[in-house]
Design a binder for this molecule. Structure first.
Ligand code: 13P
Length: 339
């Protein structure tokens, strides 16, 4: 696939007013989410849940793509139509999580390194055959005493760049995700410094590994106060610091940046994105790739009756998509919630 074709996909992912829904929870993570609302994590329940999300009415008006998990990309609707076909017919690009999760980084207690490079070339070829147009790899950077180390940042960015180069070789747009965790009592300035150092290292690694930025999407975490920091930055402070940090570290050639929600409430994640876009125009479209902030309200309702609440839960998903789509344009209003 040519760079132009990758560019077309990357641009479609961040088309005006559209973003990504992340439904790529591993079986271990979705079990945690299901446990919290007392749903048994069987293959059929996971399939039914993902069908509910992917077939929500009018989803494609505000959703350009969905990130799937290995099990999900092979599943079908109850009527037997593969999820990837339902998505492509509806103008939603199938994405796939390809990392194998974060493990302890040897020699650096408390820090993590994401695994999954071995055999990745073959897995990507299979995912491309299954219809994947983009992929995701999540690196995790932890803030704490003497953390993150330069070694942790560099090792994770090196892996992200190797993954990205393999994706482009397979005709798949890499979404590179270095998540700076919100856990901790650090203030927003510490988050700013760590985010800036990580992004600079990431783009250095991408350059060294010949990754074409025109066919790459960044999935970033926002510059925000640690969850247990006594002083929480305001919506405008988060938006201003995040945009300033991105401008200081992300090349303008990149087609777009999407954010993870990372444990922010639904409303916070939408308000922050909206505030950033109201401060625009920026060098890149700023949109969303939310997991929890797209799903949590719908999951809660669906869990009360998996059959009867199917359509009502879908309405919540569509409404969250609409709210975040408006925020991607800087047109969301807190009071007037999307219908
Ligand atoms: P959250 O929006 O729930 O943080 O998930 C996004 C994601 O895909 C993290 O890898």
């Amino acid at each position: 696939m040519s760079i132009e074709e990758l560019e077309v996909i990357a641009q479609a992912m961040v088309a005006p007013g559209k973003g990504i829904i992340a439904i790529d929870e591993s079986n271990a993570t979705i079990k945690k989410r299901f446990d919290s609302v007392k749903i048994e994590s069987t293959e059929e329940n996971r399939r039914a849940y993902r069908e509910m999300l992917l077939t929500a009415p009018k989803l494609s008006e505000h959703i350009s793509g969905a990130i799937l998990y290995d099990e999900t990309i092979r599943q079908s609707t109850k009527a037997g139509v593969p999820f990837t076909k339902v998505m492509l017919d509806n103008g939603i690009l199938p994405g796939i999580k390809v990392d194998k999760g974060a493990q302890a980084l040897a020699g650096f207690p408390g820090e993590l390194i994401t695994e999954g490079l071995d055999g990745l070339r073959d897995r990507l070829a299979e995912y491309a055959r299954l219809g994947a147009k983009f992929a995701k790899w999540r690196a995790v950077i932890t803030i704490g005493e003497d953390m993150p180390s330069g070694t942790c940042i560099e090792a994770n960015c090196h892996a992200l760049a190797r993954y990205a180069a393999l994706c482009q070789e397979a005709g798949i747009v890499p979404m590179v995700e270095p998540e700076i965790l919100m856990d901790g009592d650090h203030d927003i300035e510490v988050c700013y410094d760590v985010t800036e150092a990580t992004l600079r290292s990431l783009f250095g690694s991408l350059y060294e590994q010949n990754v074409m930025l025109e066919g790459t999407i960044l999935k970033a975490s926002m510059v925000i106060s640690g969850k247990s920091c006594p002083e929480q930055a305001s919506v405008d402070e988060v938006a201003e610091a995040t945009v300033r940090c991105l401008k200081s570290s992300v090349p303008t050639l990149l087609p777009g940046i999407v954010f993870l929600s990372g444990g922010q409430s639904d409303e916070q994640s939408t308000a922050h994105l909206n505030a950033m876009n109201q401060m625009g125009p920026h060098p890149w479209p700023l949109s969303f790739s939310y997991g929890r902030a797209m799903q949590s309200a719908a999951l809660k309702l669906w869990s009360k009756d998996l059959v009867k609440n199917f359509a009502e839960a879908q309405k919540i998903v569509s409404s969250r998509a609409k709210e975040n789509g408006l925020a991607a344009l800087g047109q969301w209003h807190k009071a007037a919630k999307a219908a």
